[in-house]
Ligand binder design. Structure first.
Ligand code: SF4
Ligand code: SF4
Length: 229
């Protein structure tokens, strides 16, 4: 049964159905959805439901009803509101709404949806940092324009970073590079894994330039290490 939706009318129904079938074809899907009592227990447990117009119940319901139009809206508008905490797995029907959202996110990324590119645009530098150095965000990356939803404190921190570094002694706050060094061989193995599993291809569907830059770095290092393939 399809429910009429005013959003995304310009997208052909066949495209929405194809994406829905892609989600359903994921091997995890049948373990994550058994129907829905509409009891709302998942909503009560969900932290994101408190702060956003978002509901894991609606995700489970939509998929159980095979409501392709609403599914497409959720694929574009809702899935990035989930914090992937999996508190919703206390569902009495044994559903895993957070897991269903994981699958939907992966399909959204692989298909390079415009809304997905927009949702993840602020994370480009983090992806680059983690995948090329194996470590996480460094303090100088906390720029206000990239993290608008982190609140006004990001602006205060980024504007006064030198002062923060003087005031706070931990070593990680003195770096503008990485938080810590990852052992060279570990890094090479991570590069090999990311290349073999197609992670760069997935990133390429969102940001081809970023994927190319990282591939060049990884290829050079892998060639030097003897792990080239
Ligand atoms: S807890 Fe489970 S059965 Fe209840 S509304 Fe959420 S998904 Fe549906
Ligand atoms: S995994 Fe997502 S949907 Fe489930 S409780 Fe956490 S934030 Fe809510």
């Amino acid at each position: 049964m399809y429910v009429f939706s005013v959003k995304y009318q310009e997208v052909p129904l066949e495209d929405k159905e194809r994406l829905f079938e892609e989600v359903k074809a994921d091997p995890r899907y049948e373990d994550y959805l058994y129907g829905c009592y509409e009891c709302g227990i998942c909503v009560a447990a969900c932290p994101s439901a408190r702060f956003y117009d978002f509901s894991p119940r609606k995700i489970a319901q939509t998929l159980a009803r095979e409501d392709v139009e609403t599914f497409y809206e959720q694929l574009n508008d809702d899935v990035w509101n989930c914090s992937q905490c999996f508190s919703c797995t206390r569902c009495p029907r044994q559903n895993n709404p957070g897991g269903l959202i994981t699958v939907m996110r992966e399909v959204a990324v692989k298909n390079g949806l415009r809304t997905t590119k927009e949702a993840l645009a602020g994370y480009t530098r983090i992806i680059y940092k983690i995948m090329t150095t194996g470590t996480q965000v460094s303090p100088d990356m906390l720029q206000e324009d990239a993290f608008p939803d982190w609140g006004p404190q990001v602006k205060a921190v980024s504007e006064n970073l030198d002062l923060w570094r003087l005031a706070l002694p931990p070593e990680t706050l003195h770096t503008t590079g990485t938080s810590w060094e990852v052992e060279e061989r570990t890094m090479q193995e991570l590069y090999a894994i990311w290349k073999m599993t197609g992670s760069l291809d997935i990133i390429s569907s969102l940001d081809e330039g970023l994927s190319d830059i990282m591939e060049e770095i990884m290829d050079e290092e892998l060639e030097a290490s003897g792990l080239s393939f």
